[in-house]
Design a protein around this ligand. Structure first.
Ligand SMILES: [Zn+2]
Length: 247
């Protein structure tokens, strides 16, 4: 899990990290899911796509946050997350990326270190390992990606974070397959928490609440990813290559 690695920006509240449970997949881009539910756009990009010129579109808060990351890779992840959000919304609202109004006011203290929001749209940003992704929808959405860590102590963490049924399922796996399976559950839980905003107040081991749709997204063997949407119906998910926004 990437949680221990990247230093979070200063003043950030304790990481809301209860971890999550469902399923679909395909290549990294394309449409996933059945018709009927809401449309969700997902954009992925590799962390190597970051370029200094993207900083031009950032506001003061974002520049401060960018500067607070010590490691270049964390700067790149943050910069790409902001840039994807700005460019997707710029297209959607026919604005220059720098003019997209983003709000990061923390609901607990009013400081600008909360999750990113914009008027008229729901957003979720995630990064881990080599991947940065965003989800955009018209209802609450949570996107989570995690790099599979082969050293993760699955058994210890699983008992705290997973349902009994998931813990039992994990006993059927070994080695990297076990780490992948665990990380799959973890991303589902994280996506749900991000969509519902429940955070630490929620039950770490709770199953997916009613009215929340969760599915896995295929991002290759090194990472696992999941998407959650607060809706009665499974969403129609369109997965895009973020590189097309970064020219
Ligand atoms: Zn706060």
């Amino acid at each position: 899990m990437d949680r221990r690695g990247p230093p979070r920006p200063p003043n950030r509240h304790p990481q809301l990290d209860p971890r999550p449970g469902m399923t679909t997949s395909r290549g990294m881009t394309g449409a996933v899911g059945r018709a009927g539910g809401p449309d969700v756009e997902v954009w992925w990009v590799g962390v190597g796509a970051a370029r200094d010129e993207f900083v031009r579109d950032l506001n003061e808060v974002e520049r401060g946050r960018l500067a607070a990351y010590l490691r270049e890779v964390d700067q790149a992840r943050f910069l790409l997350g902001v840039t994807l959000v700005r460019r997707v919304l710029a297209q959607r609202f026919s604005l220059p990326a720098a003019k997209v109004a983003l709000d990061r006011t923390c609901p607990d203290c009013g400081q600008p270190h909360g999750k990113v929001r914009a008027t008229g749209v729901e957003l979720s940003v995630t990064h881990s390992g080599e991947l940065v992704g965003i989800a955009v929808a018209d209802r609450p959405v949570g996107l989570d990606v995690e790099k599979v860590d082969p050293r993760v102590e699955v058994d210890a963490v699983a008992r705290i974070a997973l349902t009994d049924a998931q813990v039992r399922e994990l006993t059927g796996y070994d080695g990297i397959a076990k780490a992948r399976a665990f990380t799959t559950y973890w991303t589902r839980k994280e996506a749900v928490v991000k969509a519902t905003g429940e955070g630490l107040r929620g039950d770490l081991r709770a199953a997916v609440p009613d009215g929340v749709q969760v599915q896995d997204l295929d991002v290759g063997v090194d990472h696992r990813a999941a998407l959650a949407v607060v809706d009665a119906n499974a969403p129609v998910v369109k997965v895009h290559d973020g590189l097309q926004l970064l020219d």
